[in-house]
Design a protein around this ligand. Structure first.
Ligand code: ZN
Length: 421
């Protein structure tokens, strides 16, 4: 199908989905309206950073914000695009075992046939316990970032690293930049099997990684609702998804809740200016939010609230990584007033971190425990309108709190390591 035919098809699909009401929820409910955005965005297919689907999602968000009365800009930014072309991992001795590896995003390519060595969680001290020179290191996920594990392995002389999940099942992750050696992940089950084999005697593996790394363009969409005062607050969510996933909960749910909060804020605006943004290219390394947070336009932002994965799972959490509690407190106060249950927890690994790094007070709303995120099963039927509704109301109310704009912009010193855990 050509692009034009495809556009026509997508337009019809969007219309049909938009008109569809969320299963079992009254049409006027903010959660139901948000759900129809989830369905519309997921219908575009995987919204991989830099892809046509991500661009269409940006246009969808822009159209929704315009229809809600916001001044909208779509801004392009360059980012390092990564693609896996081929990856294979096999035990060749003492027995033949074929495994199911996934390349960590930004892994360099290479072909390696070498002994396997087990090195704990890939900490510096773990590599001091073993001789990894010329070998493939097998390490467990957790504690430090994938990038730090791969760099520790490379420094210890390993020719490649295999990270196995610390939870059941496979894991997809990113290095955010190349680490000098090929780096892949396997499921916990496969990792434990490899460890068991090594426990019985020498093991040799063959690893093939073929990847593409180049600069491409992605987009941020920013809608502005001018206020009477120049102070500005930002509500944001990333619009991209990982390869192979329709990204209904991660993160069409966050974008959808932000769109409905934008409507609510338009109908009862605070005195200050409100911005609502959809960021591109979050999954590979927070590229869209980092580009915006570093831009002159972001200077002077009083506060940023990030919505990531808010439509499935159970509990609602609020938190950030730094010392500034301003946004966390605004959310907790609003939650009490609205009688919405929210727990506080320190959280990184999403767009609010880019703003914290730029010295802008920020926090995230997130629902943990979605077993289907970053998978083909992250579909709209798993997103629940009754979980979206309180997020819409809470996000809108939190951005109306005067405490967000009255105390100026502090500059917290500490920032956390890059990349996703
Ligand atoms: Zn996400």
């Amino acid at each position: 199908m050509t692009v034009r035919g495809r556009c026509g098809f997508v337009a019809v699909a969007l219309l049909a989905v938009w008109a569809a009401a969320a299963p079992g929820a009254p049409v006027e409910d903010a959660g139901a309206r948000a759900w129809s955005h989830v369905a519309a965005l997921a219908a575009l297919g995987p919204r991989v950073a830099g892809s046509a689907a991500e661009r269409r999602a940006a246009e969808y968000v822009a159209a929704q914000l315009r229809s809600a009365g916001y001044h909208v800009q779509i801004t392009g930014f360059p980012f390092p695009y990564f693609e896996t072309r081929q990856v294979a991992l096999e035990v060749t001795s003492p027995v033949r075992v074929r495994l199911s590896p996934r390349a960590l995003a930004y892994s360099t390519g290479g072909q390696v046939v070498a002994p396997l060595v087990v090195a704990g969680r890939g900490l510096v001290e773990d590599f001091q316990e073993v001789d990894a020179r010329g070998k493939v290191a097998l390490v467990e996920r957790g504690g430090i970032t994938f990038l730090q594990k791969a760099e520790n392995a490379a420094r210890a002389g390993a020719r490649a690293v295999v990270v196995y999940n610390h939870e059941p099942g496979p894991v997809v992750g990113t290095l955010t930049r190349p680490a000098g050696i090929p780096a892949v992940t396997v499921s916990r089950e496969e990792g434990l099997r490899l460890r068991e084999l090594v426990g019985r005697g020498p093991v040799v593996v063959s690893l093939v990684v073929d990847t593409l790394l180049e600069t491409r363009a992605s987009w941020n969409v920013v809608g502005e609702l001018p206020g009477r005062s120049a102070a500005r607050v930002l509500l944001g969510a990333h619009v991209d998804s990982v390869e192979g996933s329709p990204g209904a909960n991660d993160n069409a749910s966050g974008v959808a809740a932000a769109l409905e909060a934008a409507r609510a804020l338009r109908s009862r605006p605070p005195a200050w200016t409100v911005e609502v943004a959809a960021f591109g290219a979050e999954e590979g390394g927070l590229f869209g939010s980092s580009a915006y947070a570093r831009s002159p336009r972001a200077r002077g932002l009083a506060a940023m609230l990030n919505l990531d994965m808010v439509g499935a799972g159970g509990r609602l959490l609020v938190g950030n990584t730094g010392a500034d509690r301003r946004v966390v407190d605004a959310v907790l106060h609003s939650a009490r007033e609205l009688d919405i249950s929210v727990e506080e927890q320190r959280m990184g690994s999403s767009d609010h971190v880019a703003f914290e790094r730029a010295g802008i007070p920020a926090a995230m709303l997130h629902r943990p425990g979605d077993p289907h995120y970053h998978s083909p099963e992250d579909t709209p039927d798993r997103v629940r309108p009754e979980l979206l509704d309180p997020v819409v109301r809470l996000a809108a109310e939190s951005l109306r709190r005067p405490a967000l704009v009255t105390a100026g912009v502090p500059r917290p010193a500490a920032s956390r390591p890059r990349g996703r855990l």
